[in-house]
Design a protein around this ligand. Sequence first.
Ligand code: MRU
Length: 360
Amino acid sequence: MKIKGKEYRTIWFENNVVKIIDQTKLPHQFIIKDLKTVKDAINAIKIMEVRGAPLIGATAAYGLVLAIIESNDRSFLKKSSEDLINSRPTAINLKWAVDRMIKKLSGINNNEILNIALDEAKEICEEDVKFCKNIGLNGLKIIEEIYNKKKDTVNILTHCNAGWLATINWGTATSPIYHAHKKGIPVHVWADETRPRNQGANLTSYELNEEGIKNTIIADNTGGILMQRGEVDVCIVGTDRTLANGDVCNKIGTYLKALAAYDNNIPFYVALPSSTIDWNLKKAKDIPIEERNTEELSHIDGIDENGQIKNVRIYPKKSKSMNLAFDITPAKFITGLITEKGICKASEGELRNMFNLVYE
Ligand code: MRU
């Protein structure tokens, strides 16, 4: 998608270096950063220079390419794989991408391994672009249907950033919105601020602005009253891990929005590529929920009138705080899952049917 009118992807490979858009600097500064070693890739994932489930999966795949450039010692590759998988615990895409790379590379000799790894990392990205585009075309039908009934602007609430910045291009939750906009359907997005990292305000609003899509940033607690007032037609969010039973783990606060939507009879959809489905884990309580540094809560970045970026503390120094990064929305509160294959109910049977998988 576009930034200042120029098409970008979130990650690419050039001259033996992985290029990323440093998302810790957005929206105030647009900086393209080089990742030169696997350690750089691990650090970028940890400190969220790259974030969003599909994008951290792609970064892990390219991280292994960097590991191969650094050393042809297979034990280094194995250790790098483990470190990449452990760099953030919740999104399943990290493990999915690393497992896919390692499977592809097993039995490959040292002369060929770099080219094959690079091709596979590129393929992971291309596939994500294709899947996100299809999620958009499938989700477009939901927005179109609302518009055909309402004949007025469709108001969509989203949480965090499941936009193109969280993927390689298009986004998951935002892809139906971009497709609706391209088709001339009037849309307006309520962007939950998404404390503490403010991905909704800093990233979702930013990328929608760059594409000319109307949006309003709201504090995280505002969605409920907007739903009661009839100012939300549909909620569409992303996910970091969806279980086969349809339970969804996504950015902290998603669950509360789903509850409010359920109480107000507002459709609540989750958009996801199949790389975000965990077919193995049976119970949502077993998903590792990332707990991040409490400085993300107690401190905030901002820009002053002179264009200087400042980081300030907003809480009393002595106060204790807690920073859980994700929560679980049970399948019963979800109207449907928008995947690259189509839309299905958040249920084990429908999800497996959609992907032609048989019960084990
Ligand atoms: O902590 P983040 O910014 O990586 O969390 C991102 C989300 O929660 C997104 O909703 C999710 O990864 C889906 S991205 C298409």
